[in-house]
Design a protein around this ligand. Sequence first.
Ligand code: PLP
Length: 381
Amino acid sequence: MNFTQIKNLEEKYYSQVFSRHPVCAVKGRGMYVWDSSGEKYLDMFAGIAVNALGHCHPAHVLAIKKQAETLIHTSNYLYTTPQLELAELLTKISGMDRVFFSNDGTEAVEAAVKLARSATGKKEVIAMKGGFHGRSMGALGLTWSEKFRHPFEPLVPGMSFVDYDNAGKLEKAITKNTAAVILEPIQGEAGVILPKDGYLKEVRKICDDNNVLMIADEVQTGFGRTGKMFACEHENVTPDIMCVAKGLGGGFPIGAALFRGIDFGRGQHGGTFVGSPLACAASKAVIETIIKDKLVENSAKTGKSLMDRLASEGMRVHGRGLMIGIDVADGKKTVLDLIEKKVLTINSENTVRVLPPLIIEKEHADIFVSKIKELKDERKI
Ligand SMILES: *Cc1c(COP(=O)(O)O)cnc(C)c1O
């Protein structure tokens, strides 16, 4: 099938809900993706911060193969060891004490909010302006963007917003009915927005002082993305509930709510597919490889040098580790211009988001910088 035929199929049979890049991916290896006409692209967004080990990493593929040959699904009526081994590993690296698995980030947020309500007996959750937590009817109530929310109202009651990176406004917004505060340690979909140093610590203190749970949505920032295993570690903050997903499965769908000091009552939550042996085996291989190959350290180091070099080329960059935003005049156009140069990124409005696999090496960063430079020299940026 050529690209025109592929496009026609999509237009005819698939919901027209997605705005896609003009590329049909057919194969991936490491830092690269190949399209239907055999062109090779440098992947600098990792399927939205998901392919932590790049594409088809041997350890990931082997774990999936082995588990697929052994046991794929049984439901949570039965015990399965990949689930419990992954749960143990996650608590060890996060400082939390229990895990509930989900199928994605949105469901991790749903679990977190249900847990916050049931554990505190309070109803209200405060989220942040600019924040993104998913698009289900529950998570959407915590997602700021008007264009995502408006057509689907009324949403779940009891959810409100305050300014991000403003501890004073948060403190004022808390009432005796506040169950939890939810926030991203760095806002991702908003365009890689970093709060001031010390903000997360202040949020932690406000939550402690008011007996309110702190939910850190690390769906995008988790597993080394920002140069620490979890972004809250930059400020030595431990939330009460942490939501994770994206990088966790390295491309195999899985998410989790991690929590400490609280738990669901038996039967309060569930899911047919959650924590399947296959998803958990895939995910365990991802985390073990991140640790063994020191990919968190690589994220910090390569991310910093990439940001420094982009800045020295006169680009307006902001971010941490391998979660980088570049502010440009026209975000969408720059992403398309980069695709012409065989580099894949995404944009939030006029911020190009650079979220490469954590396996990125200097040679890949060099290619990216040189392509950005070309765009500048051509006066396209
Ligand atoms: C992507 C994202 C979600 C939603 O995760 P899905 O896996 O798409 O459901 C939630 N929170 C944050 C911070 C995200 O970046």
